[in-house]
Design a protein around this ligand. Structure first.
Ligand code: DON
Length: 572
């Protein structure tokens, strides 16, 4: 009898323990999948805006794929982050499926058919200031909508309308502005008025304040057309009419044929190895992927880990690598469909190592002494990046842009969205720096239907055949160095994903011959040491807004959302 009682008591305790264990584990993995370090098991999104991240997370929770989330985020950011999120611009996507298949999608803008190489020069061949940056003529043919349609057709699980709808809701019902956004909109008010006579968007009769509701009904109608008609909702019909009317009103040259003929392109990724990590990144017409690998190859033989984060040797080595790689970028890179980029040669690790041979630890190399290597084959600053991993482990890395903050500042009247000023990424005159101080030559000269060279570097990193990192950033010419340094911060300097993103960055791009540093990036002593060797160091505004995801060895996702913006990481 006593034994039976004991047994029952034991049984009840066991059952209770079992039940509470089940309950507890369902709280941990079912409800949130979050561990004590703020890492997530089921998936993650990191974007430049809270609403972008919320939309992405909701799509993932609904059973959508990483691509479904990416499409929903691309459209949502066009509403809630109009400086860079867009339907009137373009971008690049790197995709890695759960079983390691990789592909990239190039939805970069292209030059209209009526473009010509001297279109931004005056009669004596001088660059007309701002002509490639502002107004209708600065816009390339937008690629974002076609890109999203193609990505969704191939990898979407939810319906097209399910992934477009959240953006439409945000445009129609409105969303509340953050403090940063209110300030940015106020600062751009005069330019919006100047470039949009007659009709205005994103303008408030007084000042915008944090918390104000921004409703965009014309944009909602455009999104409705895209939701209902897919690519035709944008590239033909009413929206195309609005775009062409906009061109006519301001000296633009984009035609209905340009719009109808736009096609995004699936491209083979650029792939390389750094100390056993596999780097999967964007090929031309972005220079980003090739340049990133060249940078990694250039520093690979050196003991960065021993030297430490932002030590004098680390900074000097990185600067000298960047100087040489950006010289190559200026000469050798352009749209591969128009110019034979010596990709294989540039991606040979020995090529990068030989470029590093002539640098001297005692003295800064002068950029004027550095030219592009012989790689002939032996025969507002705003862009935005988002990183996503879904519940199956598929990963998407997208960088998308209008180029400058709010692009050309021109709204397509009636359709309610901004046009890019991506034409400035061409080399409008050989040797003349563009908005980012980048110079270029023949490889990146303007031709009808050609894509302008980019620095965008959406990247995915693998370790031992498994997903390791999803990363990218805006920042114009600094994109490549920010991605490079953030990867090193994790692999070499053992920082967490967030720590690597937070870490202060520096940048050299061959010309101008200077090291641009964020405030407090370098200790004073290190600065002095470098200056004594001849490095010109200039402090500049924050570099990059890296949004990245790291998969830990325990299989959890760690986010890095850049504190330089309103960037938000969400997981489940
Ligand atoms: O494609 C490019 O390289 C540039 N249009 C990117 C512009 C950019 O990152 C601006 N953001 N800060």
């Amino acid at each position: 009898m006593q034994n039976r009682l004991k047994f029952n008591r034991l049984n009840r305790t066991l059952v209770a323990t079992f039940l509470s264990a089940v309950l507890f584990s369902s709280c941990v993995s079912g409800q949130l999948g979050k561990n004590n370090s703020g890492e997530f098991k089921n998936g993650m999104v990191v974007t430049a805006h809270t609403f972008g991240s919320k939309v992405g997370l909701e799509i993932l929770k609904k059973g959508g794929s990483a691509i479904d989330a990416a499409v929903a985020i691309q459209f949502a950011l066009a509403v809630v982050y109009p400086n860079a999120g867009n339907i009137g611009g373009g971008g690049f996507m790197v995709y890695r499926s759960k079983d390691g298949q990789t592909v990239t999608l190039d939805y970069r803008e292209k030059a209209p058919k009526k473009a010509n190489r001297d279109m931004y020069l005056d009669s004596v061949g001088n660059v007309i200031t701002d002509k490639s940056l502002y107004g209708q003529l600065a816009a390339g043919v937008p690629g974002s909508v076609d890109g999203m349609v193609k990505a969704h057709q191939k990898y979407g699980k939810l319906t097209w309308s399910e992934v477009v709808q959240p953006a439409l809701d945000l445009a129609r019902k409105g969303f509340s502005l953050t403090e940063k956004q209110a300030g940015e909109l106020n600062r751009n008010k005069q330019e919006f008025i100047k470039y949009n006579p007659g009709k205005n968007y994103l303008i408030n009769s007084t000042q915008w304040n944090a918390g104000d509701l921004l409703i965009q009904e014309d944009l909602a109608i455009t999104l409705e057309l895209i939701r209902d008609k897919g690519r035709d909702g944008f590239y033909t019909g009413k929206v195309a009419d609005y775009i062409v009317a906009e061109m006519k009103s301001g000296g633009g040259i984009m035609t209905k044929d340009d719009l109808k003929n736009y096609q995004s392109i699936w491209r083979t990724p650029v792939i390389g190895n750094y100390k056993g990590y596999k780097i999967i990144t964007m090929p031309p017409p972005s220079s980003g992927g090739i340049a990133l690998l060249q940078l990694l190859y250039s520093v690979e033989p050196y003991p960065l880990k021993r030297w430490g984060f932002n030590s004098d040797s680390t900074v000097q080595l990185i600067v000298e690598a960047e100087r040489r790689v950006y010289a190559d970028r200026a000469t050798h890179m352009g749209d591969p469909d128009f110019y034979k980029v010596p990709q294989q040669q540039l991606l040979t690790p020995n090529y990068s190592l030989s470029r590093m041979k002539d640098f001297n630890w005692n003295k800064a190399t002068l950029s004027s002494d550095v030219k592009a290597g012989d790689a002939t084959p032996k025969e507002s600053d705003q862009t935005t990046h988002f990183s996503i991993v879904d519940q199956d482990g598929n990963a998407v890395s997208i960088t998308t842009t209008l180029n400058n903050s709010y692009g050309s500042k021109v709204f397509v009247k009636g359709a309610g969205f901004l046009l890019n000023d991506e034409m400035d990424d061409f080399s409008v005159k050989p040797g003349t720096p563009n908005m980012y101080g980048l110079v270029g030559g023949e490889a990146n000269s303007i031709s009808p239907n050609k894509r302008m060279l980019s620095s965008m570097t959406p990247t995915i990193v693998e370790k031992n055949g498994d997903l390791f990192m999803v990363i990218g950033t805006p920042g114009g010419s600094t994109i490549i160095t920010s991605v490079f340094q953030t990867i090193l911060n994790v692999i070499e300097f053992d920082k967490s994903m967030q720590g690597a993103v937070d870490a202060k960055k520096f940048h050299h791009q061959w010309l101008p011959d200077e090291v641009a540093v964020e405030k407090d990036a370098l200790d004073n002593l290190i600065k002095i040491k470098l200056q004594q060797k001849g490095y010109k160091i200039v402090e500049r505004s924050p570099i990059g807004r890296v949004d990245a995801i790291l998969k830990t060895k325990w299989g959890y996702y760690q986010g890095g959302a850049d504190p330089r913006g309103d960037d938000t990481k969400l997981g489940w």
